[in-house]
Ligand binder design. Structure first.
Ligand SMILES: C=CC1=C(C)c2cc3[nH]c(cc4nc(cc5[nH]c(cc1n2)c(C)c5CCC(=O)O)C(CCC(=O)O)=C4C)c(C)c3C=C
Ligand SMILES: [Fe+2]
Length: 409
């Protein structure tokens, strides 16, 4: 059975329900009617990858992969297959052309099926390349792309206090799937992992709920697990001038294949919420530098009032992260809360899966994190678990283009 490209899973089920003959007999009019429904899908192709400035969805499934093939052609073929599958899934379609239930009974389906009947849920799928894709631990050029390694993908320095888990850090490739339905996000990652069998293996992954940033002025600021509004001073998609300055890699930055892309830093940060919950409201607000209820800077009443860093407590998070103390650096934060069960010591294994996109981490994440690592009073309640850095290439143009084509084609 084949449908027009914009017939989503849910619409396809509807059509299947009235039968192929029935659908054919009512003809294009029915397909047109279904296609005109609004189904909350985000355009896949474009100058930049979706999932960066896209208004942050409610749920996350993030995965880092190790590439296990030495064959450049297989890597390219995987990126082509992933791009095609991602374009289909973000439009609300099955991962493969045949689909979860329309193939021959003797073969495994080319979609796993758990998203059948679900709408696209604003799914975005965003890919990134780690430093180790370019050179292995011994400095060897793995796929003939070492000369294209961006200087901005330099290994991140050690930050004071970090005791990171290497098994939960790094990765050759990463995929971020965000959606308003967790099943849709998990379905996307699962199918990309399935397609990648024999070429990549999952290194680590993270589920997230409750976005901890707004990336659009149209969104209300959400709260993190400390109960504070998080994302107030974030870069927003409407601020195109600031995005050009702080987010998108510009032609003069190089390498050319990264123009229109951005660098992603991931940092899993465990929050010791049981201790935090025993601290007073005044102490919590002093540590953050904002009021818990309104999100306003201390001493102010409105959330979006400009903070005056000099008027905030010296060790407060907002003062230390403020651009004025970090060479003007800004980030597009896009993190999620996580609760990964409990830790066996009577505490929730909970925290923030911090993600921040930027034009150059050496000038943005690194100075801010250095400042926070040394002086942030919040550190008493935090334990960083992992760190990742990925170069996210620009978007695809459609027409058979694929993720990383300018790097690998
Ligand atoms: C290195 C970058 C940052 C890390 C790591 C980080 C961790 C982290 N942050 C919060 C809670 C809040 N952060 C807030 C603001 C804020 N944080 C960073 C950077 C990092 N945070 C920046 C650049 C800013 C904006 C500063 C500014 O320009 O004013 C806030 C305030 C609300 C807001 O503006 O978003 C909160 C709350 C936690 C809990 C956390 C680690 C778990
Ligand atoms: Fe922060």
């Amino acid at each position: 059975m084949s449908f027009s490209w914009n017939v989503s899973r849910r619409r396809a089920i509807g059509l299947a329900g009235i039968g192929v003959v029935g659908a054919a007999s009512v003809g294009a009019g029915v397909v047109q009617a279904f296609a005109s429904e609004t189904d909350n899908s985000v355009a896949f192709a474009g100058e930049h990858q979706a999932g960066i400035v896209t208004p942050a969805q409610d749920r996350l499934h993030f995965v880092a992969f190790d590439v296990i093939t030495k064959d450049r052609a297989r890597l390219i073929s995987l990126l082509k297959d992933w791009t095609a599958a991602a374009a289909r899934m973000t439009a609300g379609r099955d991962a493969g052309e045949i689909g979860a239930v329309n193939g021959v009974p003797e073969a495994p389906p080319d979609d796993t099926g758990e998203a059948l009947g679900l709408p696209p849920a604003n799914l975005t799928i965003t890919v990134g390349f780690g430093r180790t894709l370019f050179r292995d631990a011994d400095g060897r050029d793995r796929f003939g792309i070492a000369a294209q390694l961006p200087p901005a993908l330099d290994e991140l320095p050690h930050f004071p206090g970090d005791v990171l888990d290497a098994a939960l850090s790094g990765g050759d490739l990463c995929v971020q799937a965000c959606a308003d339905d967790p099943q849709v996000a998990v379905h996307a990652i699962r199918n990309l992992a399935r397609i990648g069998m024999g070429v990549v293996s999952v290194r680590w992954s993270q589920l997230g709920f409750g976005r901890t940033s707004s990336t659009s002025k149209a969104q209300a600021t959400p709260r993190n697990l400390f109960g504070f509004k998080d994302g107030t001073a974030n870069l927003k998609l409407e601020e195109t001038g600031l995005l050009k300055e702080h987010l998108w890699v510009q032609p003069q930055d190089g390498p050319a294949w990264m123009t229109g892309g951005a660098y992603l830093v991931t940092r899993k940060i465990r929050m010791i919420i049981e201790t935090w919950d025993r601290s007073s409201l005044a102490e919590q607000e002093s540590i953050v530098g904002r009021h818990k209820g309104t999100g306003a800077p201390l001493g102010h009443t409105a959330e979006f009032d400009e903070p005056d860093p000099a008027a905030l407590p010296e060790g407060s998070h907002v003062r230390l992260a403020h651009p004025s103390l970090n060479g003007g650096a800004r980030l597009l934060r896009r993190g999620y809360n996580f609760v990964d069960g409990s830790d066996g010591l009577g505490r929730l294994d909970a925290g923030l899966f911090f993600m921040a996109y930027q034009r150059d981490p050496r000038k943005q994440f690194v100075p801010i994190q250095r400042n926070l690592a040394r002086h942030d009073e919040m550190n008493e309640y935090l334990k960083a678990v992992s760190l990742g850095l990925f170069a996210c290439p620009p978007g695809v143009s459609g027409n058979g283009d694929f993720w990383g084509s300018a790097l690998l084609a």
